[in-house]
Design a protein around this ligand. Structure first.
Ligand SMILES: Cc1cc2nc3c(=O)[nH]c(=O)nc-3n(C[C@H](O)[C@H](O)[C@H](O)COP(=O)(O)OP(=O)(O)OC[C@H]3O[C@@H](n4cnc5c(N)ncnc54)[C@H](O)[C@@H]3O)c2cc1C
Length: 374
């Protein structure tokens, strides 16, 4: 019998939870599985706007990675990975421990762009880590709900992508439902909200933005964050009670610091087999990896979900020495944006739609995904 191989999964993202579920059903032969996560509960991001609007409880939007690891008979290590030594096949943790691997896979998601802007770390609420976002928003809602109901709550959302748009609508709805007048402003550095989305979706979203009284400041960037205001690049100051930082995905430092090949934003470069460009025994999936053949694929959970069966198949086959499958990302995906009031706007292939039924569809898809991992 051949020696036992060390299989290490780093991160409990959308792809790895599927692999863990398969490993529980069919354990890979002669292998010892380890899972390293910084936090044991993974928050399902697609339901976070619904959590913020008060539609879902915290329990409904989390996936217990600890339980999935137990079912897969895997060792669970709760620690942050900070560096990889691919030559010596070691992974280093924040607590200075090291873990050896024969094959390892990374599904550690992303961080947010622009965290280095002065004051962001101190005063803004970034959308990553997403569990922390939920916690911080709960705290602000709790604090404001003890405040004077006559006072308007000023919410600034920095970044007008899909995340920023959904958070603007859902925060507006949550505070309004608590009886607070709200004043929501989105600050976007380009000319348009939702760059990369169809004109048809943008038109629908813009009409809701207008109807809900959300302001948009286009072609402007935040250059400094103070305790309760931001300074824009045109010199203007804007006050806030809550500042959400949703400026788009950015790579974590771990790959760059390990000297691995990354794209401009620090996402590790992978081949279509999901293996790192330079190492056959390292795999990267979800937001944290950029496919060299399709570098402009959006960083969205739907791609991480689709990679699940490919990663799982390729890990089994790598262990058996069999050929690996190539993953090619789909051209477009079904967008469904929560408006926070029971309705959603959606679209695909340049067409769009909206209504309460669209929100019901989103709810059904999201709940079904999470239910797979209970
Ligand atoms: C508000 C919001 C709403 C969104 N809505 C949608 C949507 O509706 N549809 C959609 O497709 N996309 C959506 N996205 C984008 C989506 O969140 C990401 O594309 C998706 O989460 C990426 O999945 P992942 O598997 O790559 O990583 P993640 O789901 O982020 O998982 C990463 C995992 O790794 C762990 N981890 C991170 N760093 C380390 C480390 N150094 N060491 C160990 N463990 C680590 C984390 O705790 C987590 O378990 C949304 C994003 C935001 C911010």
């Amino acid at each position: 019998m051949s020696a036992v191989r060390e299989v290490v999964l780093v991160g409990g993202g959308h792809t790895h939870i599927q692999t863990l579920r398969s490993f529980a059903q069919k354990p890979p032969e002669n292998s010892k599985i380890s899972v390293i996560v910084d936090v044991p509960l993974a928050v399902y991001s697609g339901m976070v706007p619904g959590f913020i609007s008060g539609q879902y409880s915290k329990e409904e939007i989390v996936i217990d990675v600890c339980r999935l690891a137990q079912r897969a008979n895997a060792r669970l290590v709760i620690a942050r990975v900070v560096r990889i030594d691919p030559e010596n096949q070691k992974i280093f943790l924040e607590n200075n421990e090291e873990i050896s691997y024969d094959v390892a896979s990374f599904d550690i998601g992303s961080t947010v762009a622009g965290l280095e802007v002065s004051g962001v770390k101190e005063y803004a609420v970034p959308t990553r880590p997403i569990g922390k976002l939920c916690h911080q928003i709960e705290e602000v809602i709790e604090k404001e709900s003890h405040g004077n109901i006559q006072d308007s709550v000023s919410i600034l959302v920095v970044g007008g992508g899909a995340g920023g748009v959904e958070l603007s609508f859902t925060l507006e709805n949550r505070f309004a439902s608590l009886g607070f007048p709200t004043d929501v402003t989105v600050i976007e550095k380009s000319e348009e909200l939702l760059l990369g989305y169809s004109a048809s979706i943008r038109k629908r979203i813009l009409s809701h933005v207008k109807r809900r009284g959300i302001s948009i400041k286009r072609n402007l960037e935040v250059c400094e964050v103070l305790e309760d205001s931001v300074v824009l690049n045109n010199g203007q100051n804007l006050d806030f009670d809550l500042l959400i930082w949703v400026t788009g995905p950015w790579g974590q430092m771990v790959f760059k610091e390990s000297g691995l090949a990354t794209d401009r934003r620090g996402f590790v470069l992978t081949r279509s087999t999901l293996q790192f460009e330079e190492y056959d025994n390292l795999f990267g999936v979800g937001d944290c990896a950029t496919l060299a053949e399709a570098p402009s694929t959006p960083k969205a959970g739907v791609y991480a979900v689709r990679q699940g069966p490919y990663l799982t198949h390729n890990l089994y086959n790598w262990l058996e020495g069999s050929p690996l499958k190539n993953y090619h990302p789909q051209g477009d995906f079904l967008t469904l944006m929560n408006l926070g009031n029971g309705s959603a706007v959606g679209g695909k292939w340049g067409r769009s739609f909206e209504g309460r039924w669209a929100m019901k569809l989103k709810d059904r898809i999201d709940r079904k995904f999470v239910a797979n991992f209970i």
